[in-house]
Design a protein around this ligand. Structure first.
Ligand code: SF4
Length: 1001
């Protein structure tokens, strides 16, 4: 039964009225407010303790507007939330400047530095942990201030009355009063705390409390509102509007005291009505009905209350309360989606999804997005700004700033360059057409050279690629170097040990402008909000503008602020609306249907993170929120939700991640015990049946229109030999896996460097040999020493830049330097056999002519780059080809056993024979081919051949190879079926595995 509105008395006391929080609650409230307006003949001011029901109350007032109202009260009564009411306090301009959250965290930071006692306590904290702690400290200090500041109310009132025009002087007085109060309270509170943790917190509170704190502002605002009412009442009491306070949620005891005192005082000047919620006919559990006792514990229900609950349950039972259990997370999200869909099909327009399980709600939201613009989804649970694409892009930029002084990793660099908010044409100041494909080219170079980190490494890789392009008829791209230089300059700008807050912000803004990110973020809804959040870091006009901190600290603060910011989606008109919200936000709101996901015993009720510093007992002492109070509030919210809405679906996951059974929340179980026919429905996904064909080994016949490459590299030919299907996928279709960088450092660039330095060394050797008095001619020992010393120096020099890019390469250099004496011994031994170094790094190839099935003559070029050619001193027709391998001898021996499947050396030998002039070997034939390991196992002993491995029976191998390659290329050009056929050792690392689906057949 609704409670009729009271008859307003003339007594100068607050008057109490209650409403029943059921589906008619807003209507009852609206009627009461109008009744108050009519009785008092003036337009009331309605303040709601929470903002959630604001729109609902205004709409209900409009719907329930009485007819024939006098002019003076014809306007809709003013309805405002408590927070907005505080902001609207008269004379708020002269209140102390409001401190932002950021400024308050910084004040914790400053105090930590200033006070040794605090430092010793928190010295172990990491940057991110320290900012998290700063937030907790600020929250805890607010709780302490909440208890202390009410004692100041009379002083604050007196100060407001002085009406001094000099705001500065006024602020000084407020500050003084506060300081005195804090000092006094500190002494009192210190007596009550015994543990070290609370003592530290009190110390913080002593230092941090400031007149810009929200608690102080709240009290000043309330005092100012009261002053206004008093001043008006003194002139004419009838001009003071009636004040209706609507308590929409159970207040914390400290808030209750505060508002009670306020209402009491206000009642001296005007009518005051306090509206509370009456749970008697709504509560479905005793705790929702009885609440807390005087000591803050959950009150025990008596038999009369128990029977009231029994009758409530029976009378409110709805046929459309559904209880749905899903076994797995995905099934739960599907079941929630299906529930929402069924409500939409039934014509419901305003649906709530209560996100008790936030992950499942997010997943359901993603599944519902396929409904398109017909459904507007409003997420009130606080979509984090950090989860947006804009924030992710910004984070990648921070990764670059944060990189060590040698430079970032290649993956971080590429991620930064490839993010959609990076504007390459703006960064390089070039026309967009010029920049097309630049980043893809850079990616190819870095991956091919395995340049994994460091500015010097990237620059070297690009220089090498550019010089290769120049010497092979390609076109080098100087913009690539400019691009690296540009990002490097950004990075260097941040390489200072300490940054000050205001110049760091200026530099950040400048960087964002330079990379075009600022402009792109401005065009994006989330980007705009991100820029807004970053603006908070513009501390140029505040006290912290010169505050210095280490760069990681500043960056971590930046991340903490973005992490805490929420993203507000722009709403669009749609046929139906789905609000995703926490249980507390359903209070006094109306929905056509509600889906509550996550009603298991672990998530319902859900308690807020306990404060870092206070125990539950201390919270009680501080009159703050306790676990028991949260428990009661949630029981009430759930009762209200079930009672107010006919269609409520309660969903939970009946098996935990570890496979343990999960029961529904105890509240649901207790209802089930009373409602015997309330059965659980198993939410099972719909199953579709179909028959599949077993997959057979993949075979593909190249299409007539598919171009076959006319150049074949040794590695492409190896791929064709290994598995024709793999060649089909990689070389004919051109499909490539997105390559990633392995952990570790740049083996390949280091490999290239080894090749390059060996070439440099042997060229220097040739030059030295040409000098008749060089020490190299003074016997074997002197020659050996010169060679060792020179190769050592050469190695140091060539590796220098690589090490500057990535210090880990130093290990590779040292490993290689250990190899040098043994390598030189092998070289001298070879020289003793009459062989001389001739040339290295030589591009070389031969042409294979064949006729395709259409009778067209095809010239296929088989070409590669040979590592080294040697010539024989005493045999003017003999030459040898050498391939350096950065592998152990065992691998090389294995490789030689399948020489026809990996005939790289045979290709070079044939190429040198067929184009002796191009190979600089006129009149000579390559009769020897060998692999040289640069990773010899030195401990295997000197008597064994640990460095070289030659191909046996070269003439025979050459003949077989020539016959084989012709046959293979003829089949390829005949477009014969290409089968997926390879041993597991090859399939293991095959990129085409996902296409051929080996393992499925
Ligand atoms: S996984 Fe094996 S069979 Fe399949 S394409 Fe690769 S190499 Fe061939």
């Amino acid at each position: 039964m609704p409670h009729p509105f009271l008859t307003i008395s003339k007594q100068k006391l607050p008057q109490a009225w209650t409403i029943t929080p059921n589906s008619q609650a807003l209507g009852q409230l609206a009627k009461g407010i109008w009744d108050c307006a009519v009785q008092t003949g003036s337009r009331p001011l309605v303040v709601l303790s929470t903002a959630g029901p604001l729109i609902g109350v205004r709409a209900a007032l409009e719907q329930n507007r009485p007819k024939d109202l006098p002019h003076s009260i014809a306007f809709l009564p003013q309805v405002i939330s408590f927070t907005d009411w505080l902001e609207a306090a008269p004379g708020a301009w002269k209140f102390p400047k409001k401190q932002t959250d950021l400024e308050r965290w910084l004040s914790v930071f400053v105090n930590l530095r200033k006070h040794k006692v605090l430092q010793s306590w928190f010295k172990a904290e990491s940057e991110a942990g320290a900012w998290g702690l700063a937030q907790a400290v600020v929250d805890a200090c607010d709780s302490l201030s909440e208890v202390v500041v009410p004692q100041l109310q009379s002083e604050l009132n007196a100060l407001l009355q002085t009406h001094t025009l000099d705001t500065e002087a006024w602020l000084k007085k407020v500050e003084l009063v506060l300081d005195q109060a804090v000092a006094k309270a500190y002494v009192g509170l210190s007596r009550n705390v015994v543990d070290e943790e609370s003592a530290v917190l009190l110390t913080f509170w002593r230092y941090l409390t400031n007149i810009g704190d929200p608690v102080i502002r709240k009290h000043l605002a309330m005092a100012a509102q009261m002053q206004l009412a008093k001043a008006n009442a003194e002139k004419d009491r009838t001009t003071v509007r009636p004040f209706i306070w609507v308590q929409t949620a159970d207040p914390k005891p400290i808030d209750q005291e505060l508002i009670d005192a306020y209402l009491q005082d206000y009642a001296q000047f005007a009518t005051v009505v306090r509206v509370d919620l009456d749970w008697k006919s709504v509560a479905l559990w005793p705790e929702a009905l009885c609440g807390l006792d005087v000591d803050g514990h959950i009150a025990v229900a008596n038999s009369q209350e128990d029977s009231q609950i029994e009758s409530n349950i029976q009378s409110h039972r709805q046929a459309d309360w559904r209880l749905l259990a899903a076994r797995r997370f995905e099934e739960l999200a599907w079941a929630a989606t299906k529930s929402i869909e069924s409500h939409l099909i039934a014509g419901k327009k305003n649906i709530a999804l209560v996100a008790q399980d936030r992950l499942a709600a997010r997943r359901a939201r993603a599944l519902l997005s396929r409904l398109g613009s017909a459904l507007q989804i409003r997420d009130e649970t606080g979509w984090k700004l950090s989860t947006t694409r804009a924030a992710a892009a910004f984070d990648i930029y921070l990764e670059i700033i944060r990189a060590p002084k040698e430079g970032p990793s290649a993956s971080a660099l590429l991620e930064f360059l490839q993010n959609p908010y990076f504007d390459i044409s703006c960064s390089l100041n070039q026309a967009p057409e010029v920049c097309i494909g630049l980043i893809a080219r850079l990616e190819d170079i870095l991956i091919a050279s395995q340049a994994k980190s460091g500015w010097e490494t990237f620059t070297m890789a690009i220089e090498r690629a550019n010089s290769y392009a120049t010497s092979n008829g390609g076109s080098p791209n100087p913009l690539l170097i400019n691009l690296i230089k540009f990002v490097r300059r950004l990075h260097t700008g941040w390489q200072q040990s300490m940054v000050d807050c205001s110049s760091a912000y200026v530099l950040l803004e400048k960087n964002l402008q330079e990379i075009g990110m600022f402009q792109r973020l401005e065009k994006d809804a989330a980007g705009k909000q991100l820029l807004e959040a970053l603006k908070g870091f513009d501390l140029s006009s505040g006290v912290y503008k010169e505050l210095k901190m280490r760069l990681p600290e500043w960056l971590s603060l930046l991340k903490t602020v973005i992490e805490g910011a929420s993203y507000e989606e722009v709403g669009k008109e749609a046929q139906a609306t789905l609000s995703i919200l926490p249980l507390s936000s359903t209070r006094l709101r109306q929905f056509d249907a509600v889906v509550l996901v996550g009603c298991d015993e672990q998530q319902l009720p859900a308690f807020s993170e306990p404060p870092l510093f206070f125990s539950d007992t201390l919270n009680r002492y501080l009159k703050s929120s306790t676990i028991a109070a949260q428990y009661v509030q949630q029981a009430r919210d759930l009762s209200q939700l079930l009672v107010s809405c006919k269609n409520v679906d309660l969903l939970w996951q009946s098996k935990s991640k570890s496979g343990e059974p999960l029961r529904p929340s105890a509240w649901i179980q207790r209802l089930q015990a009373k409602l015997k026919d309330w059965r659980v429905i198993d939410a099972k996904p719909e199953l579709y049946e179909g028959k599949s064909q077993p997959i057979a080994m993949s075979v593909s016949t190249p299409d007539q229109n598919l171009a076959i490459p006319v150049t074949v590299s040794p590695s492409a030919y190896k791929a064709l030999r290994d598995c024709p299907y793999r060649y089909y996928v990689s070389s004919l279709l051109g499909l490539r896996k997105v390559k990633e960088f392995d952990e570790g450092f740049d083996a390949s660039l280091a490999g290239q460097t080894l090749h390059a330095l060996l070439k440099t060394f042997f060229q220097a050797l040739k030059t030295e040999e040409a000098k008749s008095h060089a020490p190299i001619h003074q016997g074997i020992a002197a020659r050996r020493q010169w060679m060792i010393d020179h190769l050592m120096q050469c190695s140091e020099k060539e590796f220098e830049r690589l090490i500057a890019g990535d210090a880990r390469v130093l290990g590779t250099l040292r490993d290689w330097q250990k190899q040098i004496p043994s390598f030189i011994d092998w070289q001298i031994e070879r020289e003793n056999q009459g062989w001389r170094y001739h040339d290295a790094e030589l591009p070389i190839g031969f042409i294979l002519s064949l006729t395709d099935p259409d009778g067209v003559q095809r010239d296929i070029r088989i070409a590669g780059r040979a590592d080294r050619f040697d010539i024989h001193d005493s045999d003017s027709t003999a030459a040898a080809v050498i391939d350096y391998k950065n592998q152990k001898m065992k691998k090389i021996v294995d490789r030689s056993e399948n020489i026809l499947d990996d005939p790289q050396l045979l290709i070079y030998a044939r190429a040198a024979d067929e184009s002796a002039i191009a190979a600089h070997l006129p009149g000579r034939t390559v009769g020897q081919a060998q692999w040289i390991t640069l990773k010899a196992e030195l401990d295997k002993g000197e008597d064994k051949n640990i460095r070289a491995h030659a191909i046996e029976d070269m003439p025979n191998a050459m003949a077989q190879f020539s016959e084989q390659i012709e046959k293979d290329l003829n089949s390829l050009w005949a477009r014969k079926p290409m089968r997926a056929f390879a041993p597991d050792s090859i399939c293991q690392y095959c990129e085409a595995r996902g296409v051929c689906r080996k393992g499925m057949w």
